[in-house]
Design a protein around this ligand. Structure first.
Ligand SMILES: CC(C)(COP(=O)(O)OP(=O)(O)OC[C@H]1O[C@@H](n2cnc3c(N)ncnc32)[C@H](O)[C@@H]1OP(=O)(O)O)[C@@H](O)C(=O)NCCC(=O)NCCS
Length: 165
């Protein structure tokens, strides 16, 4: 478990099946700027059984042990990893994501020894950009029509944080 100040991050497990099934089938969870892909409970259960300990898929829980979202890391190469996150609509604007990103980045840089953590967000995703800035990320690039999300090509702002930061 990774501990933050107001959230804990726990690796995905079969215990998260109901939560992930409910929210992955609700387009409000992914929002306007993240891909929405519905799934069946069976597909999700199979997938959860295949998640390996060395992968970076975490449920965000508040200190009352309520599941409020997810944060994930996908290795880009040996020394860098890209993160993504979602918080359920009723738990937004309480600082959960900022705390989760801070704790996750510290873990990735200090414990997992990645040299760089990357995040890519839509320029209009103000909440996500604020989270990254508050967590100490630097804006390093802009990609026009770089990602296709829900069948629409969208721009992306690239943020990074390194061990030196
Ligand atoms: C982005 C997201 C994860 C943020 O989660 P969160 O727990 O609400 O984030 P926090 O509470 O830590 O911080 C949100 C910040 O954005 C601000 N914010 C929220 N909505 C906003 C909006 N529509 N416009 C401007 N600022 C906004 C909040 O005021 C807060 O800033 P503050 O602390 O300075 O007041 C959440 O909105 C979400 O799940 N969105 C859908 C999925 C998504 O877009 N993921 C990111 C993909 S890169």
């Amino acid at each position: 478990m990774i501990k933050g100040n107001i959230v804990n991050l726990k690796q995905f497990s079969l215990k998260d099946l109901e939560f992930l099934y409910k929210w992955n089938n609700n387009p409000e969870y992914s929002g306007k700027f993240e891909p929405y892909e519905s799934c069946t409970k069976e597909e999700l259960a199979i997938w959860l059984n295949l998640v390996k300990p060395e992968e970076f898929w975490y449920i965000i829980e508040n200190k009352n042990h309520e599941k409020v979202g997810q944060i994930v890391g996908r290795k880009r190469d040996k020394s860098s990893i890209e993160i993504g996150y979602r918080v359920i609509p009723e738990a937004r604007n309480k600082g959960y994501c900022t705390d989760a990103v801070k704790a996750f980045v510290k873990h990735l840089l200090e414990k997992e020894k990645f040299k760089k953590v990357i995040a890519n967000t839509n320029p209009e995703n103000k909440a996500s950009r604020l989270v990254l800035i508050k967590a100490g990320f630097n804006e390093v690039g802009y990609r026009e029509k770089g990602v296709k999300i829900n069948n629409v090509w969208m721009d992306g702002v690239i943020y990074e944080i390194t061990q030196k930061d």
